[in-house]
Design a protein around this ligand. Sequence first.
Ligand code: FAD
Length: 446
Amino acid sequence: MSQKKINICGAGLVGSLLAIYLGKRGHQVELFERRPDMRANLIDGGRSINLAMSNRGWKALDGVGVGEEIRKISIPMYRRVMHDQKGKLSFQPYGKEGQAIYSVSRAGLNARLMDLAESTGNAKINFNERCTAVDFEKASATFKNYETGKSTSSEADMLFGTDGAFSAVRAAFQKTDRFNYSQEYIEHGYKELSIPPNEDGSHKMEKEALHIWPRGNYMLIALPNPDGSFTCTLFFPFEGSPSFSEQDSTEKARELFKEQFGDALDLMPSFNQEWDENPTSSLVIIRCYPWVKNDKVTILGDASHAIVPFYGQGMNSGFEDCSVLEELLSEKGEDWPLVLEEFQKSRKPDAEAIADLAMRNFVEMRDLTGDPSFLLRKKIENRFYGKYPDKWMPLYSMVTFSHIRYSDALKEGIRQDGIMAQIMALPNIDTKWDSQEVEEMMLKLC
Ligand SMILES: Cc1cc2nc3c(=O)[nH]c(=O)nc-3n(C[C@H](O)[C@H](O)[C@H](O)COP(=O)(O)OP(=O)(O)OC[C@H]3O[C@@H](n4cnc5c(N)ncnc54)[C@H](O)[C@@H]3O)c2cc1C
């Protein structure tokens, strides 16, 4: 296997992990990152934007031996805690006993991955370097330095674009022939708020849980941080009623929170300031193909498949890109043209599936988690899964706790919907949900 010079544009989550994989394979890797080095100002374990990591992400991290280290800076979330308008709580486990998704600080994780990429001894990160152009013949890219204003070009054997949803590398693909591309903004945006810790540093709500305030067309969620705080995110329509555009004063937003999320508002002493100062951001779905050009330039992560965050799978699927690429490299002995072709062909249907699943899960989270019939369906499925794990795995578990391809999980989820519609239509299902009759019918329908 010959050593290659590989450039990576974007040292975010996926770019940094990819650099670890390629650096460990002995390639000479250079990363170019638009932002300054985030590690200079990082307060470790502090308040932050956090992400939910699940099995696909862990597999990719374990694949380069960094999972254990990241587990140390993460918090397990074993169940959803739903808050109704009066602050009454209901609970739903995410999976089987002991199964959890994990809250990880985005900045903490990114910084650690950068350290680990450098510690391979084969990866160098250049900061303040914004990609402005790509030459597909030479696998070269031009970068403009923010500090000096100088533009330089760097040629390599291969270039990877991991520069996120608004990728400059993908923008270059868009100027090439027969490149398909679509970008869809959903009608909801989001705003981040926070719940600070108690004085003794403990959490003000159940720590090892993901909290949801489902309200039909919108929702608030909260994930725990290691310093005792929670990062909350309001997913809310931009227009219509209610909407961000209606909340044209802090007082109005406060009134909305008092009415809809009263128990959360009581824990938010900085609500007014955060509402005013924190941006309202949009959510975009990016679909495109092909992801590889001239066997040399490849996009992955959000650059090739940005999705909405409602399944907590954006980063996880980007990390899975890295494990799939690694598996193909091992299998095909670094026959790069073959590997890249197989990578895009096999991965594209999975990217499509998780984009659809993520939108489906938005409806589930904001609407159905407050619906008794939905909760009953989950109870029936979980009971059946517990007894017959070889016949049934709930869709959420397939996506979150398994490595079943997203495209297969989606197909199986649609089949299960059909079965569960028949089960839920049984008379008096709410009283006989755990009966022999229901179990036998499910066995017949499976
Ligand atoms: C509100 C919200 C919540 C989310 N929650 C979750 C979650 O719980 N779980 C989950 O798995 N996913 C979640 N996601 C999705 C996740 O954030 C993304 O999927 C993930 O960050 C993608 O990683 P990436 O490295 O591909 O892109 P990014 O993280 O966007 O990194 C891209 C990097 O490229 C750099 N860059 C950009 N342009 C250039 C350029 N021209 N030149 C050089 N560098 C450039 C950027 O500065 C950045 O460092 C969430 C997303 C949002 C918006």
